[in-house]
Design a protein around this ligand. Structure first.
Ligand code: PLP
Length: 388
């Protein structure tokens, strides 16, 4: 079946976070909000149909997670990422941020140091701070439009008492898909300095041609035994509103402790029947849809790269290796950083995510969500050009 990602689906008045809440323009019928990371595409038809069929049954009683759910996760991870995982390693939770937060609460104490690599997804900051942990910022190196890890500083930081690192792999917002070598180096440093690794791999299915995502724990048994990996089909298949993720914890001791926290929080019991169903169906039947989506998204990214280079050269943008998020370096525009987002909102009627939310090194940057029909990407770029 051929999917039509050019279709414009009206999302206004759906209680959408992006379209109806954070978007300052939401009352403006012409406003284009391209901020929060969900897509403007309908999910695979199999998911929509399965939810409809389940709803038609009319009884929504307590449910358990069937073995078929875990099988679907295992098969997906093997077929897309060539990583063999075992049923007993898997713990289903209600979302990736929740799963990361559970790891913080389980494996660190107040005042312990947790390291993140900035600029990074804003909740990484809040879950550390809200739990009274000490945030250690490892700033990524930005050179010639590409971000890399500063391993010298990282080693210094890890050697001075850091308890946990939260990796964003692939990385939101900078779009890097960390290479095998980069991940291996980080993994080995963490083993050397006894730092537990939590790897947020929610964006792992959205990587572009010739690039391969490496699951951190697939690198070696030692790294797997020192890692918690969080995955989810929600970004991949545009179902983040259903709220679900799987934590993969090969080390039994860590897994038992993690489970104890879930029990304490009464978060080990019943699960939302629609999220389990949507997730399983996505993993079982979504590959064809995803295989059509990826080139579509990549063409959007190519279009952005070309358009910006030719028409708005004061903005620097390099196509990401993964994720559907473009990270625009707007520092040469000559607009005060504080006013950058509002400038685009008011002048271009395009709302992008403020780079400051991703850390101090996000100042002067904006994040552009290009998981939207190509005509919308074009329109947004044209408006930005005209506004400048
Ligand atoms: C890196 C990263 N982790 C987690 C999430 C959200 O995960 P969840 O909705 O499952 O909590 C996002 C959403 O944008 C993200 O970019």
């Amino acid at each position: 079946m051929r999917y039509n990602f050019d279709e414009i689906v009206d999302r206004k008045n759906t209680d959408s976070h992006r379209w109806n809440l954070v978007n300052k323009l939401w009352k403006d019928k012409d406003g284009l909000p391209l901020s929060t990371a969900d897509m403007d595409f309908k999910s695979p038809i199999e998911i929509i149909q399965a939810i409809k069929d389940r709803a038609d049954h009319g009884i929504f009683g307590y449910a358990f997670i069937p073995d078929s759910y875990y099988e679907a996760v295992i098969n997906w991870v093997k077929s897309r990422h060539n990583w063999e995982i075992k049923r007993e390693w898997l713990i289903c939770t209600s979302g990736v941020v929740f799963a990361l937060n559970t790891a913080i609460v389980t494996f660190t104490n107040p005042e312990d140091s947790i390291l993140i690599q900035t600029p990074v997804y804003p909740p990484f900051f809040s879950i550390i701070k809200n739990n009274n942990r000490n945030l250690i910022e490892n700033q990524l190196i930005y050179k010639d439009g590409r971000y890399t890890i500063d391993f010298d500083i990282l080693e210094k930081q890890l050697s001075s008492g850091v308890k946990m690192i939260i990796l964003c792999s692939p990385h939101n917002p900078v779009g890097r898909v960390w290479s095998y070598e980069e991940l291996k180096t980080v993994g080995e440093l963490c083993i050397k300095y006894n730092v537990l690794m939590v790897s947020d791999e929610i964006h792992s299915d959205i990587v572009y041609s010739k690039i391969k995502h490496t699951p951190l724990s697939s690198i070696s048994e030692e790294i797997a035994n020192n890692s918690i990996t969080c995955i989810s089909p929600t970004k991949t298949f545009n179902i983040p509103g259903v709220g679900i993720s799987t934590a993969i914890i090969p080390n039994k001791k860590l897994r038992d402790e993690y489970n104890k926290t879930l029990i304490k929080m009464a978060a080990n019991g019943t699960h939302n029947i629609f999220s389990i169903l949507a997730s399983e169906i996505a993993y079982r039947h979504g590959a064809e849809w995803l295989d059509q989506l990826l080139p579509y998204l990549e063409s959007n990214a190519n279009l952005m790269e070309m358009y910006i280079r030719e028409n708005i050269p004061a903005i620097k943008f390099s196509k990401p290796e993964g994720t559907y998020l473009g990270w625009l370096d707007c520092r040469q525009l000559g607009i005060e950083h504080e006013n950058l987002r509002d400038y685009f909102v008011l002048r271009a009627k395009v709302e992008l995510q403020d780079g400051r939310l991703f850390g101090s090194n996000g100042l002067g940057f904006l994040r552009f969500n290009f998981a939207t029909p190509r005509s919308v990407v074009k329109e947004a770029l044209e408006r930005i050009k005209a506004s400048l």
